[in-house]
Design a protein around this ligand. Structure first.
Ligand code: IMP
Ligand code: MG
Length: 186
């Protein structure tokens, strides 16, 4: 994707749907929930890159119990609209998950294909426990029966950008979540 000018870049940010303050308070609540659930047991936060890096950075600062951090780049293979159940791991975790209570940290659950495959894969490695936390949930678009254990915000079927989420690799650095404007004449 090519952005021709700063004006064009800014014109695609249609409207803010979740403010910086709203995110901050929801992340604080999510951190407190994790602290109460995992008191004393070692946690491994598994960030699915790239989209979850901003959420992970803020969430991990709210965690007051022993916690390690790992990263993974995973892509699902689809056959038409059907998940093949195969995930391509572009970068795998360095951790032996059998030693940890794993929490997968994701930016958004859309169709659910990526996470259902990643969960299947990590479960096959026998983690002590496994939960999924997602910043955003877009249930209208789901084509799998995947459900996150904890989602901070449920949103309608908008394409969203900011706070880690991109469009053509841009906008990840916005401090809020905004709806993306597809056309110039909207
Ligand atoms: P899935 O369809 O649930 O497998 O989601 C795959 C990935 O698509 C997510 O992890 C996001 O990185 C990306 N994605 C889905 N919806 C959006 C969106 O509205 N904005 C930006 N990225 C999205
Ligand atoms: Mg993602």
């Amino acid at each position: 994707m090519q952005i021709g000018s700063i004006e064009e870049f800014q014109s695609k940010i249609k409207r803010v749907i979740i403010t910086e303050e709203e995110i901050k308070s929801a992340v604080k609540k999510a951190g407190a929930m994790i602290n109460s659930l995992y008191d004393g047991k070692p946690i491994l936060l598994v960030s699915i890159l790239k989209g979850s890096f901003v959420f992970l950075a803020d969430l991990c600062k709210q965690i007051t119990v022993p916690c390690e951090i790992g990263f993974m780049i995973a892509k699902s293979y689809y056959e038409g609209t059907q998940s093949s159940g195969i995930v391509r791991i572009n970068m795998d975790l360095e951790h032996d998950v059998s030693k940890y209570n794993v929490i997968i940290v994701e930016d958004i659950v859309d169709t659910g294909r990526t996470l259902s495959d990643v969960v299947k894969l990590l479960k096959s490695r026998n983690p002590a426990s496994l939960r999924v936390i997602t910043l955003l949930d877009k249930p209208d678009r789901r084509i799998t029966d995947f459900k996150a254990d904890y989602s901070l915000f449920t949103i309608p079927d908008y394409f969203v950008i900011g706070y880690g989420l991109d469009c053509g690799e841009y906008y990840r650095n916005l401090p809020y979540i905004a709806e993306y404007s597809e056309g110039k004449d909207e």
